[in-house]
Design a protein around this ligand. Structure first.
Ligand code: ADP
Ligand code: MG
Length: 460
């Protein structure tokens, strides 16, 4: 069968993937699953106007199948599929990204129930980071003939007719042999794959099924000396839905209570204490996004981790883009954790690009305002909790030393409280070691305010 060549721009990207200068190889699964989810979105959308589709919402699914002996990972979906022309155009030409085109066709119409998440990243080609051969078996909705697209990478691809009983797509990745630097076989471990699905695709809104092996104690035919049945461990394979599908931050305040959000926080942090403040944002406008942020309530190892490696988890429509996105929170709020999800991010894989993303900057500026407002209202309504939070700041010296901007906050006369330096203050006032707000200082000591400013410090 004649081999066809990739277009030049795709070839370049492929080279990058195959030689994998990009270290974060594990995102391949996220990309392939996102495509499967997009394909289901498309068929589901079509079914709104075409009653021949014959699928119910519950029927749509994605399967991740592993064959250790054949060294393959298959991502199967029952979405819209592709015909030969589409497979050649969509898988062979990066610039003609199908999802992008589909989305721009829908522009202005804004249907509620459609969201295409494949706009960012490197997409389909990322499979070549872990696979030395990729086979796509696909049948388009409305067509009888299935087609098989196959490529070993840079030297091109083949397309041929084949059989597929149902509409949909299988992307079969033949996993590379292990090298000195990389143990590709790890990706054939279903537990590892499940972890990756949960990490990156937990909130894909279609169920992702996997066969997971468990050790289970089962009764045998044999009996022990007392005539009781003997038990032994057996490997049981169970088909499970491994993603949780609906992200809590995507749902409205009427559907999800603050208490639910606190539970989510604890679950994510393995039973950690309650947060002292919660910020929920549903922004629509020039940049649309949803955010769910937490201010820690008590110091523990998680606050330490947050202090050392700050950042908010960034999603685009439920697909994780970055676990710790630093550009979303300023240094002095580095203790804030949580998620931001924006469908409009035109994201690229590189961190450098993210840092310069205009939309991300708009979001970051908004978060800053909201966090400040939340802390201020905490001072007013729940002084005790606010002081707890201050203690955390103090206990984690490194957070505190990062809080240079806090002085600016004071100058802005934000009513946020800081501990007054006991050493300095004892020289000036008998206020001792307590906490004060800016307003209290004004009220009580307005005639000595200049002296106080000198001694005013967030450092104990
Ligand atoms: P993007 O998702 O950004 O469009 P990709 O490289 O991930 O880019 O995918 C390229 C195109 O290939 C998709 O837009 C889609 O048209 C097609 N495609 C990939 N996977 C599937 C699939 N599982 N089902 C149907 N079409 C697919
Ligand atoms: Mg994609």
């Amino acid at each position: 069968m004649a081999k066809k060549q990739f277009k030049a721009e795709s070839k370049r990207l492929l080279d990058l993937m195959i030689n994998s200068i990009y270290t974060n190889k594990e995102i391949f699964l996220r990309e392939i699953i996102s495509n499967a989810s997009d394909a289901i979105d498309k068929l589901c959308y079509l079914s709104l106007t075409d009653d021949q589709v014959g699928m119910n919402r519950e029927d749509y699914r994605i399967d991740v199948l592993v064959d250790v002996e054949k060294r393959t990972i298959t991502v199967r979906d029952n979405g819209i599929g592709m015909n030969q022309e589409e497979a050649e155009n969509n898988l062979g030409v990066i610039a003609k990204s199908g999802s992008y085109k589909f989305k721009s066709e829908l522009e202005g119409e804004k249907p509620e129930d459609i969201s295409i998440i494949g706009q960012f990243g490197v997409g389909f080609y990322s499979a070549f980071m872990i696979a030395d051969e990729v086979t796509v078996i696909t049948r388009k909705y409305g067509e009888e003939q299935a087609i098989c697209w196959q490529s070993k990478g840079a030297d091109g691809y083949t397309v041929s007719p084949c059989e597929r009983e149902q509409v949909g797509t299988d992307v079969i990745m033949h996993v590379k042999a292990d090298s000195e630097e990389e143990s590709y076989s790890d990706y054939l471990d279903s537990w590892k794959l499940r972890e990756l699905v949960r990490k990156y695709s937990d909130y894909v809104r279609w169920p992702i099924h996997m066969n997971i092996d468990h050790q289970k104690l089962v009764e045998t035919e044999e009996k022990d000396e007392n005539g009781e049945p003997k038990y032994e461990y057996q490997t049981i394979t169970e088909n499970q839905v491994v993603n949780s599908m609906v992200p809590i931050w995507q749902r409205s305040k009427s559907e999800v209570s603050d208490a639910d959000c606190v539970d989510f926080y604890k679950e994510k942090n393995h039973g950690r204490k309650d947060p002292c403040a919660l910020v929920r944002i549903n922004a629509e406008g020039a940049v649309s996004y949803k955010a769910l942020l937490f201010v820690p309530g008590e110091s523990d190892e998680n606050t330490l981790i947050a202090a050392e490696k700050p950042g908010i988890t960034l999603y685009s429509n439920g697909v994780m883009i970055m676990e710790k996105c630093e550009s979303l929170v300023s240094e002095h709020f580095r203790f804030v954790t949580g998620v931001v999800d924006s469908p409009d991010l035109s994201l690229n894989i590189s961190r450098e690009m993210l840092q310069h993303d205009r939309q991300l900057k708009v979001i970051a500026a908004n978060l800053e305002k909201k966090i400040k407002a939340e802390l201020k209202s905490l001072v007013a309504d729940n002084r005790e909790d606010y002081e707890k939070f201050l203690k955390i700041m103090e206990e984690n010296n490194n957070m505190l030393s990062q809080a240079k901007e806090s002085l600016n906050l004071i100058q802005e006369k934000d009513n946020i409280i800081y501990r007054i330096s006991p050493k300095r203050i004892s020289d000036i006032l008998i206020l001792a070691k307590g906490y004060v707000t800016f307003d209290e200082i004004i009220d009580n000591f307005s005639n000595r305010i200049n002296e106080l400013f000198i001694g005013y410090s967030i450092y104990p």
